[in-house]
Write a protein that binds this ligand. Structure first.
Ligand code: ZN
Length: 410
């Protein structure tokens, strides 16, 4: 058994929340900004103080390593991210990164030697708000290369990605540079649930079995623009009428009939956008999510068929293209078992669940067994400055991570 220092963990969460702190108690520590660099520097300083080694790779992924008895063995990697949304909370990412570092310190405090090395990671740009896509660090790590098109990528504020990566890497001159990607024994990530179910069921630990798949569609319905006053019903080819009828029907059917499905239209626009003209073009985006890849295909087919049939009724044309396709991911059952055993050993109730959001663990899972540990957050609220985690739940997640770490590296 191993005990973590809960007071130290919650103190660290407070300290890191001051870096990029916002007026409303959240953080704005977007990827590769000055705030992100200061958080990385603080973590590296804490690591050097404890005698751990600090590494970074060309994607500015930050690694802190505690040696094992057999340095030839691939390490257990634990961690999350330190970047945030522009109006983000203080726990999304920081909880997992600081819990992992607390595990490393607790192993050191207890003088526990492990067979394998243990490496803490802070992945670069998980959030994807300043530079898209999200999870850039873990994505490049698992691919073993930085995609060529990223070299021209600009931030929302115009800063080139390559410049910001260089400046971030150079802000830690004492850290050793390593190439992208190395063999991993297993990967564990603690994260807030970012949803309401653990809190509602009063369960402190979620054992995450996988991440649902996500598919984004771009929909364009084309009709004919015409005078709003003179054009009678029989002469209208109104793409917005077709689109809204289809979306209304999809909202009525998809989620009510399948509790695992998610259907969201987050953006809609019409052209030419004149108060007294029937539009000629209506666009929308569609975000569909499901844990089962077959159901994702069925849902996409249903969306396409419904929009097409309503468009035909209005004598409009339809074009639908996929802009993003993330297949569902299933985590290692051995690791889920280890997390469940660790929770039981520490006396915490746990429940198996799926993640509705994607995380770095999804990408690491492509090259090594991975799993996640969720803890409750207040009202399921995340990507919000009011995001809040009870100190006892932060401690519970970290205790389970520590115990699972011992199971996996001994
Ligand atoms: Zn996160």
């Amino acid at each position: 058994m191993i005990e973590i220092d809960g007071i130290r963990l919650n103190g660290r969460l407070e300290t890191f929340a001051t870096i990029g702190a916002t007026q409303k108690g959240g953080v704005n520590r977007q990827a590769l900004t000055e705030g992100d660099r200061r958080a990385r520097q603080l973590l590296a300083e804490l690591a050097w103080t404890r005698g751990f080694s600090v590494f970074q790779d060309p994607m500015a992924n930050l690694f802190i390593r505690r040696a094992g008895r057999d340095e030839g063995l691939p390490p257990l990697v634990i961690g999350s991210h330190l970047d945030s949304q522009p109006a983000g909370g203080r726990f999304d990412g920081a909880l997992g990164t600081l819990s992992a570092f607390e595990v490393l310190e607790s192993l050191e405090d207890a003088g526990i030697e492990t067979e394998r090395p243990v490496v803490v990671v802070a992945w670069t740009n998980e959030e994807g708000c300043r530079f898209a896509p999200g999870c850039m660090g873990s994505m490049a790590f698992s691919a073993g290369e930085i995609p060529g098109e990223w070299r021209k990528k600009l931030a929302t504020d115009g800063a080139p990605l390559t410049d910001e990566l260089t400046a971030t890497i150079e802000s830690l001159p004492r850290a050793t540079m390593i190439p992208l990607g190395f063999p991993i024994h297993a990967y564990l990530e603690v994260h807030i649930e970012q949803g309401p179910s653990l809190e509602a069921d009063n369960i402190p630990i979620g054992v995450v079995g996988g991440i649902q798949g996500t598919r984004w569609l771009d929909v364009t319905v084309t009709g004919q623009t015409a005078h709003a006053g003179t054009t009678g019903l029989a002469y209208r080819r109104d793409p917005l009428r077709a689109l809204t009828a289809a979306l209304s029907s999809l909202h009525e059917t998809i989620m009510p009939s399948d509790p695992d499905a998610r259907f969201t239209v987050g953006r809609i626009s019409v052209e030419p956008g004149s108060v007294n003209a029937i539009p000629d073009v209506a666009h929308c985006t569609v975000d569909i999510r499901h844990p089962n890849p077959g159901r994702l295909d069925e849902l996409e087919d249903l969306v396409a068929a419904t929009i097409t049939s309503q468009s035909e009724r209005q004598r409009c044309l339809v074009a639908i293209s996929r802009s993003f396709d993330m297949p569902p991911c299933t985590f290692s059952t051995d690791l889920q078992d280890a997390v469940e055993r660790a929770a039981a050993a520490k006396g915490f109730n746990s429940v198996r669940m799926l993640s509705g959001a994607f995380h770095d663990a999804l990408f690491v899972n492509r090259v090594a067994p991975a799993a996640m540990i969720f803890v409750p957050c207040r009202d399921g609220l995340s990507h919000n400055e009011e995001e809040s985690v009870e100190p006892r739940h932060a401690v519970a997640g970290c205790q389970v991570l520590a115990q699972a770490t011992l199971f996996l590296v001994r």
